[in-house]
Design a protein around this ligand. Sequence first.
Ligand SMILES: O=C(O)CCC(=O)C(=O)O
Ligand SMILES: [Fe+2]
Length: 329
Amino acid sequence: MSIPILDLQEALAPGGARSAAVAAQLRAAAMASGFFYVRNHGVSGELVARQFRVAHQLMALPQQRRQALSMQHSPTLRGFENIGAQTLDAAARPDLKESFYCGMVYPDDHPYVRAGYQTYGHNQWPSELPDAPAQCETYIRTMLALSTRLMQLMALSLGLPEDYFDATSADPMVTLRMVRYPAHPVDADDRTFGAGAHTDWGAITILAQDAHGGLEVCMPGGDWVPATPVEGCFVVNLGDMIPRWTNGLYHSNPHRVRNLHSGGAPRYSIPFFYEPGYFARIEAVPGTVPAGEAPRHAPCTAGEHLREMYRKTYGLKTGATDATSAASP
Ligand SMILES: O=C(O)CCC(=O)C(=O)O
Ligand SMILES: [Fe+2]
């Protein structure tokens, strides 16, 4: 069993001729590991390359500057995160990765910003990189459009109208993370990871990775298989909201990172985390709860779900409160 490639050619717009065929492939992947690649996704290679350049530039800033722009100073937890700041697998050592978080910007007078809901607010940027904010905003908007389309294909894959989830994407919770993994240490043991085994918390993650590889996915039988980089493709995986939304029919499988194959070079990756709007209702969609059975999960809002995930892993460590945390796995 491996991770399938979905070709989005002629499935990128509602009503696209190949939408039904792609939806069927999506369903099979979602019922297996919750991981697939997408190709012909409509995002230019140049835009992705520019985003990697920003990632390299951010990580090249002196430690002192990165400290000044630490996510710890940001009410929405955006900014730099040091190596070892997160432990995605509580049974493993702290993650050997450093990253920069940013997200969609919501103005101060937006009701969700005023209410202090997580992920809604501002970014913080280093003045040394004046072009970074616009590039990241363009990248985020592009990934958001692709996520929205993937949610439409997911609706089709569940036998629902293509626009079933559209309303849930208003005022989405969106996080972009640029991650740098140093070379795997020579004295690493079996508890050493760039990113410890975890599932993502949201709806959809779209990952751009450099050519080194290192991402590993836990398949249904328990084997860990590499999500080897494929030229021109993103890796897409489903987060924990999707099993909630599908009563466990679709999966959000664990994955982890070990930077073992880069010949000692750092590995860069850029995950984009799409989560619906704060008040989007996450409950089993029609057709997923067998007659006579109760849904496996109580209905909740996307905001409540994220708060619960946050409480479980990350919040206390960063000093974040329920209402202000922003980071995703
Ligand atoms: O860097 C990668 O390949 C995956 C990162 C990841 O799983 C995450 O940030 O949630
Ligand atoms: Fe992840």
